[in-house]
Ligand binder design. Structure first.
Ligand code: ADP
Ligand code: GLC
Length: 482
């Protein structure tokens, strides 16, 4: 029997992306399709999403969706069914999905994503003829209230919900005043409902209501039981431990295959690693770097505290002194952006920086860089180290979350066994990062050792195969419980 799932999220490639969430939500329908799951994705009708719709038609109207006019549009995304909540007063704006062009959050984000979740709950509980779902699968806080609406105020029969945590650091916490606009019964205002420290907690509400909770790696699933990583929700996670599953993200092996990647000056495979030299030279030139023998490190990242970018800035002079070069692509905190720009001025020819977002350039960096640095303080899964593995761009990562689960450190034993795929370090401190950089430089000096690490990473399987099945099995288990 085919299981039908409504996947509810604020981003999905190729229509709208600010981070890894979009890659994962965009890939899931195909990943579960092989396992007899028919997934429909639900997105907010941002300007970019509306502009990207093809063969769309309106299938439902809400005169009042939490007070705002809205329609439901049906279309497709990556060949799979898509539904879009077209509520122009909430979503049709210039700027990003969560804030204006200067990066400031929209003041009405609480209402925007509450309305989105209300729409999701309506659809999942049968409000729209011809659209029935066995499971409602909500991603991150923006979809978090879906479970609460299904639990306390469904329009029909409520299906079980799955709540996926892509990042515990973003919880969607809003003032109590929002509660009155939600149309939920008073019973929902409770410690096991939507109430969270005197306000409305979107992610918290979703976690309380869900039949199953997932996060995006086994290590992160364990880490969020602790106060350091649980960020206030660790108690809830411990209480619901039996329902918490860590399912590691896969990558889209069609978009991310160095043998067929149209963004690369020279395509290559594990057998033709030599061709990477062309990409490396082109990348160095693109970033204004001098040719050099040491490793060319790359960073493709949000420039934030989570990603340990302040620590990288602390050791950047050491990196240059060790004979390495660095190319950075990213945007985020203004102080960190300024810090990297200043480092590039201080080390002309050794450090190159692009502030911004550039998908094609990110491919060229993975295809031409020697090693990708990911010094995250926490990392639920992380995708750039997976792309690095697939492209022979050796990941140098902090041992946390999905980084711990997906990279095998090149210690002597792992090297001898031929399984090493990267470099890991423990604490995100300047000393530990410097040491990891030194180890990487030393490994890179031994071409046979380095190439063995590259090849082992390229051989590792991070396609969606296993994880797609894990999600499908989880959906099935929720239906059996019923
Ligand atoms: P997070 O979602 O926490 O930012 P992930 O590693 O899961 O981290 O996903 C980040 C995604 O965004 C990857 O696909 C990465 O390649 C991409 N990315 C991040 N910054 C940039 C950038 N400046 N330009 C292009 N792609 C970027
Ligand atoms: C979040 C996490 C990242 C993860 C991504 C997709 O943005 O920060 O680690 O890979 O979601 O699950």
């Amino acid at each position: 029997m085919t299981i039908t799932v409504l996947s509810i999220a604020s981003e999905a490639v190729p229509l709208i992306k600010t981070g890894g969430l979009a890659d994962v939500v965009g890939a899931l329908p195909q990943a579960v399709a092989q396992h007899d799951v028919a997934m429909t994705t639900l997105l907010p009708g941002y300007r970019a999403v509306m502009a990207g719709l093809t063969k769309s038609r309106a299938v439902h109207t809400w005169p009042q969706l939490l007070g705002e006019p809205a329609r439901l549009i049906s279309g497709t995304i990556g060949g799979h069914p898509l539904l879009v909540v077209d509520a122009p007063t909430l979503f049709l704006r210039d700027g990003g999905p969560y804030g204006d062009a200067t990066g400031r959050d929209w003041a009405d984000n609480g209402l925007r994503f509450a309305a989105f979740a209300r729409a999701a709950a309506d659809i999942a509980s049968g409000a729209v003829r011809g659209h029935a779902f066995d499971i409602a699968h909500a991603h991150d806080w923006q979809a978090g209230l879906t479970g609460a609406f299904l639990r306390y105020a469904p329009v029909g029969k409520a299906p079980p919900s799955v709540m996926t945590i892509h990042n515990m650091a973003f919880q969607g916490h809003f003032p109590r005043a929002l509660f009155a606009t939600l149309g939920l019964p008073d019973a929902a205002w409770s410690i096991d409902g939507v109430e969270y420290h005197g306000g409305v907690g979107f992610l918290k509400a979703g976690l309380e209501a869900a039949g199953a909770i997932t996060t995006v790696s086994p290590t992160y699933a364990r880490e969020i039981r602790t106060p350091e990583f649980g960020m206030g929700l660790d108690g809830l996670i411990r209480a619901r431990q039996g329902q918490v599953h860590g399912i590691v993200n896969g990558i889209d092996t069609h978009d991310w295959d160095p043998a067929t990647d149209p963004h690369l000056p020279a395509m290559f495979s594990a057998r033709t690693l030599g061709r990477r030299a062309l990409n490396r030279a082109a990348l160095g030139a693109e970033f204004g770097l001098e040719p050099g023998h040491g490793p060319l490190f790359v960073v493709i990242s949000r420039l934030t505290w989570q990603k340990g970018m302040d620590v990288l800035l602390d050791v950047i002079d050491h990196l240059v002194a060790s004979g390495a070069r660095l190319a950075v692509l990213g945007s985020g905190d203004k102080a960190l952006e300024a810090g990297f720009a200043a480092a590039a001025v201080r080390h002309p020819g050794k450090i190159g920086v692009r502030i911004g977002y550039d998908e094609a350039l990110s491919h060229r960096m993975q295809g031409g860089g020697d090693a990708i640095l990911v010094p995250s303080r926490f990392e639920p899964c992380g995708l750039t180290q997976l792309y690095g593995l697939a492209y022979g761009c050796v990941p140098v990562v902090a041992r946390t979350g999905g980084l711990a689960d997906t990279v095998i450190d090149a210690n002597l034993a792992a090297r001898n066994a031929g399984v090493a795929t990267g470099v890991q370090f423990n604490a995100v401190t300047p000393d530990a990062l410097s040491e990891a950089i030194d180890r990487t430089v030393a490994l890179h000096r031994q071409p046979p050792v380095w190439q063995a690490i590259q090849r082992a990473g390229m051989k590792a399987d991070f396609s969606w195969g296993r994880s797609g099945k894990a999600y499908a099995d989880l959906y099935a288990s929720l239906l059996e419980v019923r």
